[in-house]
Design a protein around this ligand. Structure first.
Ligand code: FES
Length: 129
């Protein structure tokens, strides 16, 4: 694997300087692909692939504390993982993330119950089901 295509091991940590304000990076935690973002001075870690058709969220847009999928434009809350706008209706998994000593690391997946409300309401109003 070349240096350009290496995916960061987020459990092992990356330098804080690799994630400036308003940016996101995709990496791995164990066997799972995770997206980390820094927005408004806060760090977030969520699943890296959209829950609709697995679009690569790292290629999408950061808008406030949301990420927008590049494929069909679903919106997800980075704080809760909630799908805020269809076509995705299922939430993103979330991970704990920390920064200390110039290193950002994410290792433990959150087991808190994930919300599914907003996008389901929107899809229902649109007559998708
Ligand atoms: S793959 Fe993300 S909205 Fe379709």
């Amino acid at each position: 694997m070349s240096e350009e295509t290496r995916v960061p091991d987020l459990a092992g940590g990356i330098p804080s300087t690799d994630l400036p304000e308003g940016t996101m990076i995709a990496g791995t935690v164990g066997d799972e692909e995770v997206l980390i973002a820094r927005v408004g001075g806060r760090l977030f870690a969520v699943a890296a692939l959209c829950t609709h058709y697995h679009g690569p969220l790292v290629d999408g847009l950061l808008v406030g504390e949301t990420v927008r999928c590049p494929w069909h434009h679903a919106h997800f809350c980075l704080r809760t993982g909630e799908a805020l706008a269809a076509p995705a209706t299922d939430p993103l998994k979330r991970w704990a993330i920390s920064e200390a000593g110039g290193v950002i690391a994410s290792a433990k997946r959150s087991t808190r119950r994930l919300p599914r409300r907003a996008a389901r309401r929107q899809a229902s109003r649109a007559g998708w089901w």
